[in-house]
Design a protein around this ligand. Sequence first.
Ligand SMILES: *Cc1c(COP(=O)(O)O)cnc(C)c1O
Length: 470
Amino acid sequence: MDERAFRTAAADAAGRLTDHWRALASCDLPVVPPGPPGTTLKALPDSAPERGEDLAAILDDTWRTIVPELVHWQHPNFLGYYPTSNSPASVLAELVTAGLGVQGMMWSTSPAATELEQRVCDWLARALDLPARFTHASRQGGGVILDSASSAVLIAVVAGLHRASRGRWREHGTEGRLRVYCTDQANSCVPKAVRVAGAGEPVLVPTVPGAHVMDPAALAERVDADRAAGLVPAAVIATAGTTVTCATDPVPRIGAVCRERGIWLHVDAAYAGSAALCPELREDNTGLELADSYAVNAHKWLRTGTPCDVLWVADRKDLTDALGSTASYLRDNAGDSPEVVDFKDWQIPLGRPMRALKLWYVLRAHGLAELREVIRHDVRLAALLASLVEQEPGFHLVAHRFGLVVFRADTDDRTRELTRRLAEEADVLCTPALVDGRPVLRAALGSPYADETTVRRAWDLVRARAVSAS
Ligand SMILES: *Cc1c(COP(=O)(O)O)cnc(C)c1O
């Protein structure tokens, strides 16, 4: 190994990233790349080089060929999807994690990796004021860091199928009888997880008219009818902060339905869960003591780079029963101790990087007080944007909650035309979606470089492309 080359290249990379962040902050980069499909493919050789190249040259090519063709998710005018966050502390932790190169599938394969993860998941649970039963300190529940909210849903579905079938699911699958419930507002990862788990399509529970949230009475009716028909309701996936409008299902009443009937309740709070860092934004925590599992994407709103999702469960045995594996090469003495957590049994894959270092660095480098200010800042900017939408003739505010603003033009054709023009100009990125079958545009705040000035400027770009009523 060439020690000097690594030191130099790492310092060079840190310098380039710092410059990149400054360019984003001053809006010196486009949000969306200019090239048509195939631009990057054309710029790359057909085969890997036979002889090794200098790290400096590879870094050069990264900025010459790759960076110009990226969508810049950290750009102040990136308002699409939900944000994917980042911070220097998170980047540094990724470097150190990669450098240490350990694999933490079991406690015995890297004890500190497992114990740090337990502690950091407990830290975040406390910071979000989650029920104590979700902590490792409770000795019954606990948190695990995964790659995505999608994985958390799949794990919850599998655990729910396993529990509802009293383990028969492992040998016999769903036998066409086990059922999972959500609404049409659930993230697309929910139906996917249900299919992957072999439970077919989820049952879509009707929403409360006009509110885009699950109707708990309709859930109870549907579940009882299914049960009467010989089916086995296994899991309900509720959402706190839906992807399209950031609406939150009535978890206390859904939880009561699930609790009475022994159905697994998972609450997907991928985006909105982070808001609970702020005491005044904690309304979605109500009823969580009735949930079996709960997940938040730290990589959306907590300054932690992707991937970083935290899944908490009330009873870890539910997970290890459903997902545990005991191949001969995975046996160790430590695993038999009740003190020891083997995270391989809390997730789908076997192997796992040391996932906790990133969250640990971020929580320590920023501190909870600063992370609360991050959330409040974005909530204030979204309120500003919502008021600009409301004041604008020819625009309608469709939904506004936390850092999300959903709007449309006064006719569907005008919304579609605006969407087309925004995609063409590509200097501000909003995500089109449908609400009640009508086209809308979503704008989600989250860039670390956004402020009142960038929000006003982004809105000027949007309204400038509006189709005039005349
Ligand atoms: C973003 C989001 C997801 C998907 O998150 P991944 O980590 O990409 O799987 C799921 N559910 C909700 C509510 C989301 O906002």
